[in-house]
Design a protein around this ligand. Structure first.
Ligand SMILES: NC(=O)c1ccc[n+]([C@@H]2O[C@H](COP(=O)([O-])OP(=O)(O)OC[C@H]3O[C@@H](n4cnc5c(N)ncnc54)[C@H](O)[C@@H]3O)[C@@H](O)[C@H]2O)c1
Ligand SMILES: CC(C)[C@H](C(=O)O)[C@@H](O)C(=O)O
Ligand SMILES: [Mg+2]
Length: 347
């Protein structure tokens, strides 16, 4: 069981440390953790946010536990040297194209979300976000027009095979859940989205037991707040999935709770909280490590097929929350280490 641990910047090391404590506590046979540098810390130490040494560790591992990257000190750097290139580069280099971002309301948190309790209570959804394409990876630049004005531009595109492979992941996920898949796009304006929608419809022929629907992303943002209980699986592109998953996190209470799995064709995957390096609270011991701990559970399930220890971690987090263990993000007063201790006690 070779796991790479890339803690990164800001609160990344703080939340990753707690997830690693949980992994150690499970006494998993053959557990081998290898740390590597990513993000701003890697740039400062080695001149690159994703050094070749780190990529080599990733390639030699069965799975990657990732904290967060992002350091405002580095925002003036050329784009390819910025911390965020570490996570974008790993996703692309390793072929992690399918990002699963589940959102469920934990018992005891119904009154602590940004929604009314009776609306929040119904949430049990999975966002399947495409992670290797879209406007994220198109050509881009800032150019000067003939009349002297500067123009920023980013090329958005999806090839049909890219849409097809994420469609299969989403349809299969829906088959294992309530059998409903909502594809979110902007096909009323974007050609990229029109092709996305066409391919979703084509692939749906292979999944007669899944009910496919389509929604424009602006409406989806509204419906996530109005009636999030209507969603089972949402499949969407890279940019829309990024935005909608942060929104979904507040519908269930906090961005400090949402875990994710980024999967390739095989079993290797990258597991990370959906949040970033949170510079505003970094170094203060205030970050909620639950999203990273839950990402470790996803790692055990998806990369190693270890359902029992994964479920053990999830139950311990749920129990801690039900017992009132909450960080500042949920209006509580527990710090990062205290939350980690509470989860460990309930494993
Ligand atoms: N995958 C990643 O590594 C990733 C994801 C998102 C943002 N980022 C980067 O992180 C940096 C900060 O970005 P941002 O401020 O827009 O987003 P962010 O997710 O880091 O923080 C947004 C807000 O949520 C809070 N928050 C986030 N995680 C929390 C946790 N575990 N517990 C409690 N509160 C938490 C923060 O304090 C902040 O107020 C940027 O450099 C950005 O590019 C990285
Ligand atoms: C840091 C950034 C590149 C990243 C993204 O946009 O994918 C983040 O927001 C995320 O959600 O993982
Ligand atoms: Mg994001």
């Amino acid at each position: 069981m070779k796991i790479a641990v890339f803690a990164g910047d800001g609160i990344g090391p703080e939340v990753t440390r707690e997830a690693v404590r949980v992994l150690h506590a499970l006494d998993l046979p053959g557990l081998e953790l290898t740390e590597g540098l990513v993000g701003g810390v890697a740039y400062k130490a080695m001149g690159h946010p994703l050094p070749p040494e780190t990529i080599a560790i990733a390639r030699a591992s069965d799975a990657i536990l990732f904290g967060a990257v992002g350091d405002f000190d580095c925002d003036h750097l050329e784009r390819h040297l910025r911390p965020e290139q570490a996570i974008l580069g790993l996703r692309k280099e390793m072929g992690f194209f399918a990002n699963l971002r589940p959102a469920t309301v934990f018992q005891g948190l119904e009154d602590l979300t940004s929604l009314r309790p009776e609306v929040a209570r119904e949430i049990d959804l999975l966002i399947v976000r495409e992670l290797n394409g879209d406007v994220y990876f198109g050509e881009k630049g800032i150019r000067t027009l003939p009349d002297g004005r500067r123009q920023g531009w980013d090329m958005m595109s999806y090839a049909e095979d890219e849409v097809r492979r994420i469609a299969h992941v989403a349809f299969k996920a829906a088959l294992g859940r309530k059998g409903r898949l909502c594809s979110v796009d902007k096909a009323n304006v974007l050609e990229t989205s029109q092709l996305w929608r066409d391919v979703m419809i084509e692939v749906s022929a292979e999944y007669p037991d899944v009910e496919l629907s389509h929604m424009y992303v602006d409406n989806a943002a509204m419906q996530l707040v109005k009636n999030p209980g209507q969603f089972d699986v949402i499949v969407t592109g890279n940019l829309f999935g990024d935005i909608l998953s942060d929104q979904a996190s507040m519908c269930v209470g906090s961005i400090g709770l949402l875990a994710s799995a980024s999967l390739a064709e095989g079993t290797c995957g990258l597991y990370e909280p959906i949040h970033g390096s949170a510079p505003d609270i970094a170094g203060k011991g205030l970050a909620n490590p639950m999203a990273t701990i839950l990402s470790a559970a996803m790692l055990l399930r998806h990369s190693f097929g270890l359902e029992a220890p994964a479920a053990r971690i999830e139950a311990a987090v749920a129990k801690a929350l039900a017992d009132g263990i909450k960080g500042g993000d949920l209006g509580g007063s527990h710090g990062t280490v205290a939350i980690g201790d509470a989860v460990l006690e309930r494993l």
